[in-house]
Write a protein that binds this ligand. Structure first.
Ligand code: UDP
Length: 442
């Protein structure tokens, strides 16, 4: 398996690895040497299986990869191709599973005559949208008709605000759309496409791809503890140290009373937006845990002092433990796919605040397909007002839809567990994949 040096990419990949090992395969995860410095708990403390191996991306360890992302990607493709090839040239491999953002890995696999599987890390619905968009199979908004709604098989009607960034005519430049275009027009390079989802969650979107370019969901690939499986020390790799003390604080709170707020590892909110969220949390009078990665929290009206008995602010939380805690009532999230799968597996309803990439579509799925949440609406300045945040908090904690949202969330939690349990849809897909790999070797 080859993964990008990012927590949200490495962890689901590690969990696929573990499931494959449990079915009898030997698995190694290759990633860049930089990952060792980026993650606080890589080997030896990360429990095997699968073991890691590392290749150089051609840059020094202190090179700022995010600040120079465009040139870094070129260097990664150039040196990754050479160094990964060297790494695997003396190994007998029957399959390479790769992250979709590392398109060059498929070429390395082909050059070595090894079948390649792509592990799609966003919802299967996004895979279906991008496949149709980049192969020009359906109509999407254009510069002359930017507000058209998009009708696709297996998906609800998508308005502009529901579409992923990389199909919008205003964003169709830069390296990512180019990479997606090249990838989705050359899907024959992949013998398998694996997804981090489960059939019951995205049935219609998955079925809509069956005759085009099928995707096989193996998930949800979240920590086993969230799925009622043995903890097995699987906390995944961590790029930031989690503040575990918030769990002790949670232990003292009433069941289903706490609002959990996190916008993931990449999204940065403006000071004005932070202020609105702070006001809304304070006015809700509900206990809260708020993950604030920025070094400075704007402090409207003495927020920190006034809420010191109401909530806690952490720079990074043990999110899956927080979501699994009985005190959590709802999750205000940017709708990153890992966070969505984690909240589904924990049975926690959602207030969606999507920003970009797949997040707007994930929010649409949360509200209209999974039916486990509400979506915050921004005003004309692109800011979600404190009144709007308060309205959604009231609605989800105690409003007319509260019971239905909670009950839907509980049902999906059960469905997620059933999918990964022995004989469940994802478990069967893993077995099928393993059988095909073994067959291709004999
Ligand atoms: N996460 C965490 N602690 C935090 C915030 C996030 O452990 O305080 C984890 C979260 O459990 C998830 C990942 O970081 O697994 C974020 O991935 P996601 O796809 O949701 O969003 P991204 O960070 O890629 O935008």
């Amino acid at each position: 398996m080859v993964a990008l040096s990012s927590q949200g990419h490495l962890n689901p990949m590690l969990r696929i690895g573990k499931r494959l090992v449990n079915k009898g395969l030997h698995v190694t995860l290759a990633t860049t040497e930089f990952t060792v410095t980026a993650c606080s708990n890589l080997p030896p403390s990360t429990p095997p299986p699968p073991p890691f191996c590392f290749f150089s991306d051609g840059q020094s360890l202190n090179y700022d990869r995010m600040a120079n992302y465009e040139s870094y990607k070129k260097s990664l493709a150039k040196f990754g191709t050479i160094n990964l090839s060297n790494l695997i040239s003396h190994k007998k491999l029957s399959c390479i599973i790769t992250n979709p953002f590392l398109t060059w890995v498929a070429d390395v696999a082909i050059n070595h005559g090894i079948p390649c599987a792509m592990f799609w890390i966003q919802p299967c619905s996004l895979y279906a949208i991008y496949y149709r968009f980049y192969n020009k199979l359906n109509s999407f908004p254009t510069l002359t008709d930017p507000d058209m709604s998009v009708e696709l098989p297996g998906l609800p009607l998508l308005h502009t605000e529901d579409l992923p960034s990389y199909v919008l005519p205003s964003i169709l430049f830069g390296s990512l759309p180019k990479m997606f275009s090249e990838m989705f027009q050359n899907m024959k390079r992949y013998k398998w496409v694996l997804g981090n989802s489960f059939f019951g969650l995205e049935k219609d979107a998955i079925e809509s791809m069956a005759d085009l370019c099928p995707i096989s969901p193996l998930g949800p690939l979240v920590p086993p503890s969230l799925l009622g499986e043995d903890e097995d020390h699987d906390r995944g790799v961590e790029m930031w140290k989690a503040e575990d003390t918030c769990i002790e604080w949670l232990n003292k709170e009433a069941p289903s009373s706490v609002i959990y707020v996190s916008f993931g590892s990449v999204v940065v909110l403006s000071a004005k937006q932070m202020e609105c969220i702070a006001k809304a949390l304070k006015n809700s009078n509900s206990p809260f845990i708020w993950v604030v990665k920025q070094p400075d929290l704007p402090e409207p009206d003495g927020f920190l002092e006034e809420t010191k008995d109401q909530g806690v602010i952490v720079s990074w939380s043990p999110q899956t433990k927080v979501l699994a805690h009985p005190a959590i009532a709802c999750f205000i999230t940017h709708c990153g796919w890992n966070s969505v799968l984690e909240t589904i597996s924990a049975g926690v309803p959602v207030i969606a605040y999507p920003k970009w990439s797949d997040q707007p579509t994930n929010a649409k799925l949360i509200v209209d397909v999974f039916r486990i949440g509400l979506r915050l609406r921004a005003n004309q300045d692109g800011i979600v007002s404190n009144e709007e945040v308060e309205r959604c908090i009231r609605e989800i904690m105690d409003g007319p839809k509260c019971v239905e949202l909670k009950s839907n969330a509980r049902e999906l939690r059960i469905a997620a567990r059933e999918a990964v349990a022995g004989g469940g849809s994802s478990d069967k897909n893993i077995l099928l994949f393993v059988d095909e790999i073994i067959e291709s070797c004999v």
